[in-house]
Write a protein of this length. Structure first.
Length: 433
């Protein structure tokens, strides 16, 4: 089975299926197509599959021209029909893994995907999970569902885990140039998965199991979470002491060894860092382990929107205005600079908390002109970005888009609470947070 699979890969006869055509799945789909593979994109969102069929992009940093070139080859198709999985030799799962209302892992997308695929499994396929999750998901959740139809993992089909490493809109690295970790439930499965990814990824790092692959993923993201929590705590402390944490970091990073700069902000955003700590801490409790350090970092980071709201209230008080009834313009809805990715953005938390206290909040973001439907903030869907004008009681900078640097804040004559150290003009009306 292994030999035949590898031969199909080498001859470009292997068909690759990608389930979940978002920020991870879409670029991976295009990478395989550009290397000569036939690719089937599967997604429950018909709007996405229709857009791809028509050569349109719904992710800002992925140009439509790139999609059109792949579609024109005839090797790419997108569908909501999961029966297409039977025709795929490899199926790579890139679906969301959010948190429940109780901040516990929500694996419903992985489960439903596996349930949709299972009836169409056949002998000789490779199933790979890329979705962010806790170590053990592949063996404990995926495999039992996939085996329900009678086929057995490593006897009839291969199973692997390869954590995604996407960083949307990054220019110095791309999907192809980022070394990729992969672990499988058998040696043959690892050989096949590694060989498949080697066709599109510059370097593969094989590990002994999917659990190690999951541990690698959580380690890297917890490293960032803990260090961001540290600098956020330092920000609050230094502010009380009259010290600018941004100036401290800029000075500290001139040290050529033993230091890596991390920056404070209004809270964590993106799919990974705000969510991953809760996945691992939840799983660790099964083994009687309390991950105190990781949980403390999570508490600090999730408290930052409250700190920012308090800072907004403090600044408004300086100008004799209460928060209730104040008109606030929030700059930046995306979770990081220069992207249209608003997943888990702290800006949503800020809007929610400010409006709960009676403020009137508008937002401006050239990358997110209209708020799209989402799981947690569906009530904001359809709200539109507004121009930056005078007449607001306060401007709150939540995202450091390059476009914001062209704003003449001084001319607006409006207090600005800057959570990103972005504003360079405005004089005494600028307040850090």
């Amino acid at each position: 089975m292994k030999k035949e699979f590898i031969q199909k890969i080498d001859k470009r006869e292997a068909v690759v299926g990608i389930v979940g055509l978002g920020y991870v799945g879409l670029p991976l789909m295009l990478c395989f197509a550009e290397k000569g593979f036939s690719v089937v994109g599967l997604d429950v969102d018909a709007a996405k599959t229709e857009a791809l069929t028509n050569g349109k992009s719904y992710i800002k940093h992925i140009p439509a021209e790139r999609i059109q070139r792949s579609v024109a080859t005839g090797r790419v198709r997108a569908t909501v029909d999961y029966t297409a999985a039977r025709g795929c030799d490899a199926i790579i799962i890139c679906v969301p893994t959010p948190l429940s209302k109780n901040r516990e892992p929500d694996l419903s997308y992985i489960v439903s995907t596996c349930e949709a695929i299972a009836p169409h499994l056949r002998r000789g396929q490779l199933i790979v999970l890329e979705s962010t999750t806790y170590p053990g998901t592949t063996e404990e959740v995926m495999v039992p569902i996939l085996e329900k139809q009678g086929l057995k993992a490593d006897k009839d089909f291969y199973v692997a885990f390869s954590p995604e490493r996407e960083d949307p809109n990054r220019t110095d690295f791309s999907t192809e140039s980022i070394p990729k970790v992969v672990g499988a439930t058998s040696e043959d499965g690892l050989a096949v998965a590694k060989h498949l990814y080697e066709q599109v990824i510059v370097k593969m790092i094989p590990v002994s199991s999917p659990r190690v692959g999951g541990g690698n993923e959580t380690h890297g993201k917890h490293l960032r979470s803990v260090n961001i929590a540290l600098v956020n705590e330092l920000k609050v402390t230094f502010m009380k002491m009259g010290i600018d944490v941004w100036e401290v970091v800029e000075a500290a990073k001139t040290k050529p060894f033993g230091y890596m700069p991390f920056y404070p902000g209004p809270g964590l955003g993106g799919h990974c860092i705000p969510i991953d700590p809760f996945y691992l801490t939840w799983k660790a409790r099964e083994y009687g382990v309390t991950t105190k350090f990781i949980e403390l970092a999570g508490e600090i980071n999730t408290s930052m929107p409250d700190f920012v709201v308090s800072r907004v209230m403090e600044v408004l008080n300086k100008f004799g205005k209460p928060l209730k009834g104040s008109k606030i313009l929030l700059l930046g809805l995306a979770y990081k600079a220069n992207v249209d990715d608003d997943r888990e953005s702290p800006s949503y938390h800020l809007i929610e908390k400010l409006e709960e206290k009676g403020a009137e909040v508008s937002y401006h973001d050239p990358h997110v002109p209209v708020i799209r439907p989402s799981r947690e903030y569906a009530r904001y869907a359809g709200r539109k970005s507004v121009p930056v004008t005078a007449g607001y009681d306060l401007i709150l900078v939540s995202t450091a888009h390059d476009a914001f640097q062209a704003i003449d804040f001084a001319s607006l004559k409006t207090p600005v609470v800057d959570t990103r150290n972005l504003v360079r003009n405005g004089g005494e009306l600028i307040f850090k947070a």
